[in-house]
Design a protein around this ligand. Structure first.
Ligand SMILES: Cc1cc2nc3c(=O)[nH]c(=O)nc-3n(C[C@H](O)[C@H](O)[C@H](O)COP(=O)(O)O)c2cc1C
Length: 139
C-alpha cells in the first residue's frame, strides 16, 4: 500500500502521461477518473466548456481506491476555460469529506499563467483548502 494516490482526469492522454510520470517518480498509486461521455476533437471544447462554465456535475467512474487510506492525494487537473475542469470539480465536490491532505496540479497550454486563481476559485466555492499547488504546461 502506497502513501500517496495520484488522481487524474484526462481527455487526450496528455494529463494522464504527466500523472503517470509523477506517480512513478513519487512511488504512488494512480487512479484515472472515467466519464461516460468524453468527446474528442472540436466537440470536446463545446461539451467540456459548457460543463465547466455552468458548473454541471459529472458522473464519474473508475474510483476504485480507498481515498481515506492515503496520507496524500495529488490531483492532476486539466484547465478548461480558465477553470479546474468539470470532472475534477465533481470529484472534489463528491469526496470532500474523505479528503484531507490534497495537492493539486493544474495542467494547461498557457505559458503565461499557472492558474492558481482557478484553484482559489474552486477552494472558495467548495469551502475546501488544498495543501499544495503546482502546475504543468502541455504542448
Ligand atoms: C474545453 C477545453 C478548454 C480549455 N481551456 C484552456 C484554457 O483556458 N487555458 C489553457 O491553458 N488550456 C486550455 N485547454 C487545454 C487543456 O488544458 C489541455 O488540453 C489539457 O491540460 C490536456 O489535458 P487532457 O489530457 O485532458 O487532454 C482547454 C482544453 C479544453 C478541452
Amino acid at each position: 500500500m502506497k502513501k500517496e494516490l495520484v488522481v487524474v482526469y484526462s481527455n487526450s492522454g496528455k494529463a494522464f502521461a504527466l500523472a503517470q510520470d509523477y506517480t512513478l517518480k513519487n512511488d504512488a498509486d494512480l487512479m484515472r477518473l472515467k466519464v461516460r461521455f468524453d468527446p474528442k476533437g472540436f466537440l470536446r471544447y463545446v461539451y467540456w466548456g459548457y460543463k465547466v462554465t455552468f458548473k454541471k456535475p459529472v458522473k464519474l467512474s473508475g474510483i476504485d481506491k480507498d481515498l481515506k487510506a492515503y496520507e496524500l492525494i495529488t490531483i492532476f487537473s486539466p484547465i478548461h476555460a480558465g477553470k479546474i475542469c468539470a470532472p475534477i470539480r465533481s470529484f472534489v465536490f463528491s469526496n470532500r469529506s474523505y479528503l484531507d491532505k490534497v495537492k493539486i496540479v493544474t495542467v494547461h497550454l498557457a505559458k503565461d499563467t499557472d492558474y492558481r486563481d482557478a484553484v482559489k476559485a474552486l477552494e472558495d466555492e467548495l469551502i475546501f483548502k488544498f495543501s499544495e499547488f503546482d502546475s504543468r504546461i502541455v504542448e
